[in-house]
Design a protein around this ligand. Structure first.
Ligand code: ZN
Length: 170
């Protein structure tokens, strides 16, 4: 088992030697992810294990775990988002092979021998990001404050609104 992830890796050789990589990468080193984070301190824990399955298919199983600091799009404050990603990839050389893959695998197209394992870790984090980061309504600071403020504003703006509403109901 190796704790450092090489920049480039010979994927087929990693399969043949059943290579396992487990360690941590600083979040700040992931250049596609970094601009999406409110704070890029901290790191991602990964485990990537190359092997062959029962049908001698070249596969890569992995886990990717990180706590990401995102910006809530409602209150614009920090939001902690945990990613627990599971990787199950089958190495394929072309589209034909890709089409024949059983459902449990996503394809990893390896047209050259070399892959960038760091990209796989980063891809998994990117896939684990919420579409629009937002706190749960109960936990979202602005929502609670804003609702109270909005209500107050509305009443100030039209003190008779409540009366009118009462009348309307009768
Ligand atoms: Zn919020």
């Amino acid at each position: 088992m190796s704790s450092t992830l090489p920049d480039l890796l010979d994927a087929w050789r990693a399969v043949d030697s059943r290579s396992v990589f487990a360690g941590r990468l600083p979040l700040s080193s992931l250049l596609r992810l970094r601009p999406l984070l409110l704070d890029s301190a901290g790191d991602v824990a990964f485990r990537l294990a190359f092997s062959r399955d029962e049908e001698q298919r070249a596969v890569l199983y992995g886990e990717v775990t990180a706590n990401l600091s995102l910006r809530c799009q409602r209150c614009l404050e920090a939001l902690n988002h945990r990613v627990d990603g599971k990787i199950a990839l089958a190495l394929v050389k072309g589209l034909d092979e890709e089409r024949r893959l059983p459902q449990q695998y996503d394809p990893l197209l390896v047209s050259e021998r070399l892959i960038r394992p760091r990209d796989l870790v980063e891809d998994e984090l990117l896939l684990g990001l919420p579409h629009i980061p937002m706190h749960d309504p109960e936990a979202c600071g602005k929502n609670v404050r804003q609702m109270a403020e909005d209500q107050e504003q509305a009443q100030k703006a039209n003190p008779f609104a409540v009366l009118a509403e009462l009348k309307h109901k009768q």
